[in-house]
Design a protein around this ligand. Structure first.
Ligand code: ZN
Ligand code: ZN
Length: 342
């Protein structure tokens, strides 16, 4: 699976990612570390090199990134270490202690970074995969009226494709995403949305499950992981629909599918940004039928079967309850079966 962002081998099968996980962020007997105060500048403009095993404690990596920001004139040297940005590790999973980072395992999401500093970070700091410039908004949040495409962060250097490992009671899912284009989801030991999907599936034992605002596909693929026979994932945002399809391929060994067919390329979808009509992105052949559509969920009923489906509506804005009730009523007027907000 060639990475559509950098052309490299960023995307791996779920099992290959899982096999690397035990110990991936653990120190070797020779690894040293110093814990730095995140609310103060690092002492001196120095940083230690990686250990001979190739790993380096995350605070030392951040000291290195901080020094580059000072040398590039972004920082004066008085800023606290945490102002450097937010670390997203690859693969991301719930860990209790701070990680010792192997090469190519960190995407930095930073509000301050410049293109010049980003290029140096990717070149000079071996742990860095990619540098993303963030803003004070959620990337990839679809405007409900689809009047304009979502705003995104900027990938300044390297590659921002990374995986998160999400536990379900049927086993883990490995979910790849492109961080500048999608909202950030952290794997936690308990995931209330996954648990709510599992509760509904256990009660309703649906033949059809629809994840109408799928994002990178976690909830729909959770239903597939639990063996639901027919699963439809849908999102209006190109990146969400594309990565949902990729994540079927990544996790296909966990499903009863013989073959996955992808109908659209990343570049074709990126050009389109947002789709209103449901366009088929990928589908599977085999005992289980999984499909991904790229479109407005309010149009999805056109491609659903005339039988009850169980639908999860993971809307971005859950604060306006009346608006959400209206959305659910509208959905139920067209699609038979149960609908729930996770
Ligand atoms: Zn890549
Ligand atoms: Zn070491």
């Amino acid at each position: 699976m060639k990475c559509p962002v950098c052309g490299g081998d960023c995307i791996e099968d779920a099992q290959a990612v899982m096999d690397r996980v035990p110990g991936i962020f653990s120190p070797c007997p020779h690894c040293s570390y110093r814990v730095l105060d995140k609310n103060a500048p690092p002492p001196g403009r120095t940083y230690g090199p990686p250990c001979s095993c190739g790993k380096r404690f995350i605070d030392e990596v951040f000291a290195h990134l901080y020094v580059i920001l000072v040398e590039e004139g972004v920082f004066s040297g008085k800023e606290p270490l945490k102002a450097t940005g937010m670390p997203l590790i690859h693969p991301g999973f719930f860990t209790t202690g701070p990680p010792f980072l192997p090469p190519n395992s960190l995407v930095l999401v930073s509000p301050v970074v410049t293109p010049g500093a980003a290029a140096r970070m990717v070149y000079e700091v071996p742990e860095v995969r990619g540098i993303v410039k963030s803003g004070d908004f959620v990337p990839g949040a679809v405007d409900p009226a689809l009047a304009r495409p979502p705003r995104t962060y900027d990938l300044l250097a390297g590659c921002d494709v990374r995986a998160g490992i999400f536990p379900t009671s049927a086993g883990p899912l490995v979910i790849f995403t492109q961080q500048s284009q999608m909202h950030i989801e952290f794997p936690r030991p308990r995931n209330p949305k996954i648990e709510s999907v599992e509760r509904v599936i256990a009660q309703a034992t649906p033949r059809w499950f629809v994840d109408a605002c799928a994002g990178s596909g976690t909830l729909g693929l959770c239903a597939a992981r639990h063996g639901v026979k027919n699963v439809v994932l849908n999102d209006a945002w190109y990146a969400a629909a594309f990565w949902s399809a990729q994540n079927i391929i990544v996790n296909r060994a966990f499903f009863r599918v013989d073959e996955v067919t992808q109908h659209l390329s990343y570049s074709a979808m990126k050009d389109g940004q947002v789709s209103r009509e449901p366009v088929l992105v990928a589908h599977t052949r085999g005992d289980q039928s999984l499909s991904v559509y790229w479109g407005d969920f309010r149009e999805l009923y056109r491609v659903l079967p005339p039988e009850p489906v169980c639908t999860v509506l993971d809307l971005f804005d859950k604060s306006d309850r009346e608006a959400n009730r209206q959305v659910m009523r509208e959905w139920q007027s067209r699609v038979p079966g149960e609908v729930f907000i996770p």
